[in-house]
Structures are given as structure tokens and as C-alpha cells.
Design a protein around this ligand. Structure first.
Ligand code: PMT
Length: 402
């Protein structure tokens, strides 16, 4: 099982002898499915060559903050935003001390300041340095600030000493990195998610659809699985791989989507991220429609209402905790609040699709969640995968309140 499937990891390498193990760590992370970008400090380059890490990661190695070529390819802020996790292994005593200070005097420390992703540290140093009051105080402070400390381990050290200070083995670190993505907030829950567009056939070769890419719904499915849920993802036609540990059912039309969702019931939580066509052609021709030689002006297509997948499921006697999305170009919050009420929902996620940086087919989103008490919680613009995790956390907290 690829527990880091599609996860984007910055592996920061500090200047310590354990840096030689980082090469193996890159391999282990990639074996678990991660995309790895390596960032080396100046000290790290004394212990292992960038070329080795470039070959193993399959990506260019990042080294300098002020390198115009590197910045042109992927600037440091872009790299900081790209990451789902920053893992620093080995993390030396000096690096820990600079992180405590909030230093930004090289690429790695600057990235740590600039990222919203979790940061994990694998300390590695001589046992006396690890025991020193300053290092212990730094470790405690970093933990309090939310850095995850992985290790150090005990044993014989490169210098011949025996004690605590060894970097954990690459296999252990890679598994620990994967564990960081697994919370247990939805363990035991069945989460049903709709994603993507629907296609409403006009004839065998034409259909009505919309610009939904499925990215939001698929990110939610991945985040729900990471939170321990059993996930069923009912998706319209999209070009996305199925997230790990997710059961996917592909459909075309709104009526197919409803049938697939009803078959997947019961569920504890329903998240409707799909852009379902509200209308379909009343008649779907069983042959390709030809131009009418008697009509120069055009043709009339009569549309009829589709079933509302979300509202139908939210009305059932065994209704799940129901979360809708509202994609709007204007009056966003008012329309979203109206849908919350009309569809009998617990939460609605308002999506401003007038802004082309977010919403349909973008990699990013910014949302406001409205609950039944009309309370609003906003999540600022970031990647859809991060928004999905934030939303899943929010839902996990909300279900415990009802
Ligand atoms: O797929 P992406 O490219 O990542 O884009 C994400 C998104 C913008 C499609 C998504 O985040 C989003 O906002 N989805 C809802 C889009 C929408 O058109 O919503 P709506 O206002 O028409 O519908 C409100 C809610 O009812 C939605 O949860 C929708 O899934 C649901 N619905 C609507 C009509 C219908 N017949 N059945 C439904 O279940």
C-alpha cells in the first residue's frame, strides 16, 4: 500500500554525518508514493552530493536562497506552498537552534517559516550535544510550537559514543512521515462523497456538462481516508487517479449519481462536492441528431429538472450528517445559506467561483463554511488538498457536537 501516494514532501538535509542515510530515506519515501524535493544546507553538501539526491528523488535539488536560476524554476515561496510535509533529517543542533530563533538565513529555514505544512524533525547529533540544556530547551520549545520530533534513537554513534542522538533509521522515518498524515478523527465512519461533473446526454455523441474537474471531491476523499474513514467516492467523468483506500464508483448522469449514492447508503457523513447538472434534455435521442434542413435558425432543446442527489439523501429517515457545496458567482453567502435551509443540510461550503484562481478546475480554493446557526468559518486560499484536510477536521469536530 502506498501510504504517501501523491504526498509532496520537502526533505531538508542538515549538515551532520547522518546525512548519508538521507539518500536511503529519499528512496523509502518514494517507495511509499511520495514526490520528494530535497533541500540541502551548505553543511549537508560536505557529507553527501546533490547529484546523488537528485538522481534518487528524480527532482532538482534546492540549495540556495539567492540563486536566480533555482528561483525562476520554483521559487522558495512556491516550494513552501507546494509541500504537504517538510521533513528535516538529519536535523542538527544548530538547525534546531536556528528554527527556535525563527531564522531565515538559508533556504531551508526560510522554507520552514514560509510553509503552512506540518514540519517534522529527525534530530541527529552527539549524545552529549543532545543532552545539553540548550538543545533540550530547544526541542521542548519546538514541540510546543507544533514541530513533530521523530527520535532521536539510542545506540552507538559515528563518533564512538553510546547514547541518545542517533537519527532514526530511514524505514522508521518514512513510516512515521506516513503516520503524520493519518489521524483518527473519522475512524469507524462511512463517508460518502460526490465529485466531478455530470453528463446529460443529448444524443449518443453530445451532452450537457460543466467545468468541474473533480479535484475538490477527490481531495476530500483522500483527506477523509487519512482521517480513518471508510470512503465511497461517487464521481462523474474526470481524469484523476483514485486516492488510496477509497472505493470509487464512476457515473455519468445525475440520475446515475443518485442511484449509486442510494446503493452506497447508509453512511454517517455525506459530502456533496459534485457539480450536478440541474437539468437534462427531456429526450435523449438514441441516434445522432442531424441538422434540420427546414430550420435555418436553430433547434430547441427542452430541458427538465434532474433529481437533487444531496437533498434526496438529506431527507431520508436515516439521513447522514449532510454537507453541501454552493458554487456561486454573486451573493455567495446569501445563496449558500438558502441552500443550507432548502436542502436540510448541516453545513454548506460556500465557493466563490467568480474568482478563477479558486473553484472550478483550479488547484486552489478558499471557502466559507456556514452551519445551521448561521455561524460562518472562513478558510483562506490554499491548495485544495489542504482545504480538504481543514474541512474534514471541521466536519469531524462538528459531528461530535450534534
Ligand atoms: O471539481 P472542481 O474543479 O475541483 O471544482 C469544485 C467545485 C467548484 C465543483 C465544488 O467545490 C463545488 O462548489 N460544487 C458544487 C457546485 C454546484 O454547482 O453547486 P450547486 O449550487 O448547484 O448545488 C448545491 C449542492 O447541491 C452541491 O453540494 C451539489 O453537489 C448538490 N446538488 C445540486 C444539484 C443536484 N441536482 N444534485 C445535487 O446533489
Amino acid at each position: 500500500m502506498q501510504r504517501l501516494f501523491q504526498k509532496r514532501i520537502i526533505l531538508g538535509i542538515g549538515g551532520g554525518i547522518a546525512a548519508y542515510k538521507s539518500a536511503e530515506l529519499v528512496r523509502r519515501l518514494r517507495d511509499l508514493g511520495a514526490d520528494v524535493h530535497v533541500v540541502m544546507t551548505r553543511g549537508a553538501r560536505e557529507f553527501i552530493t546533490p547529484l546523488t539526491l537528485q538522481a534518487l528523488s528524480g527532482n532538482p535539488v534546492h540549495m540556495d536562497l539567492l540563486d536566480p536560476n533555482a528561483e525562476a524554476a520554483m521559487g522558495h515561496i512556491e516550494l513552501a506552498r507546494w509541500a504537504d510535509l517538510v521533513l528535516i533529517a538529519p536535523c542538527t543542533a544548530d538547525l534546531m537552534s536556528r528554527l527556535v530563533q525563527g531564522a531565515a538565513n538559508d533556504l531551508l529555514t526560510t522554507l520552514v517559516l514560509a510553509t503552512d505544512a506540518p514540519v517534522a524533525l529527525a534530530p541527529a547529533m552527539n549524545q552529549a550535544m543532545w543532552r545539553d540544556h540548550a538543545t533540550q530547551a530547544n526541542a521542548e520549545l519546538l514541540s510546543k510550537r507544533g514541530f513533530k520530533l521523530l527520535g532521536p534513537g539510542a545506540g552507538v554513534q559515528a563518533c564512538g559514543d553510546i547514547g541518545l542522538g542517533r537519527m532514526l533509521e530511514p524505514e522508521t522515518l518514512a513510516q512515521s512521515a506516513a503516520d503524520l498524515f493519518t489521524q483518527h478523527s473519522l475512524t469507524g465512519k462511512h463517508v460518502l462523497i460526490t465529485a466531478g461533473p455530470t453528463r446529460e446526454a443529448i444524443d449518443p455523441v453530445r451532452y450537457i456538462t460543466n467545468h468541474s474537474s473533480g479535484k475538490m471531491g477527490f481531495s476530500l476523499a483522500e483527506a477523509a481516508a487519512e482521517a480513518g474513514a471508510r470512503v465511497t467516492l461517487v464521481s462523474g467523468p474526470v481524469h484523476l487517479p483514485t486516492p488510496d483506500r477509497v472505493t470509487r464508483i464512476d457515473i455519468n448522469s445525475a440520475r446515475d449519481m443518485l442511484a449509486a449514492c442510494e446503493a452506497a447508503m447508509p453512511c454517517d457523513i455525506l459530502i456533496a462536492a459534485a457539480a450536478v447538472a440541474d437539468y437534462r434534455p427531456e429526450v435523449s435521442a438514441d441516434h445522432k441528431l442531424k441538422k434540420d434542413p427546414n430550420s435555418a435558425d436553430g433547434m430547441t432543446l427542452h430541458l427538465i429538472r434532474n433529481p437533487d442527489v444531496l437533498a434526496t439523501l438529506a431527507q431520508r429517515a436515516d439521513r447522514p450528517f449532510s454537507v453541501g457545496f454552493a458554487a456561486e458567482t454573486h451573493n455567495l453567502l446569501a445563496y449558500a445559506a438558502g441552500k443550507l435551509r432548502d436542502k436540510n443540510l448541516d453545513l454548506i461550503v460556500a465557493n466563490d467561483v467568480a474568482n478563477t484562481d479558486i473553484g472550478f478546475n483550479s488547484d486552489n480554493n478558499a471557502i466559507t463554511v456556514i452551519d445551521r446557526q448561521q455561524q460562518q468559518t472562513s478558510f483562506p486560499q490554499t491548495s485544495k488538498s489542504k482545504i480538504a484536510r481543514q474541512l474534514i477536521d471541521f466536519i469531524a469536530t462538528s459531528i461530535n457536537k450534534v
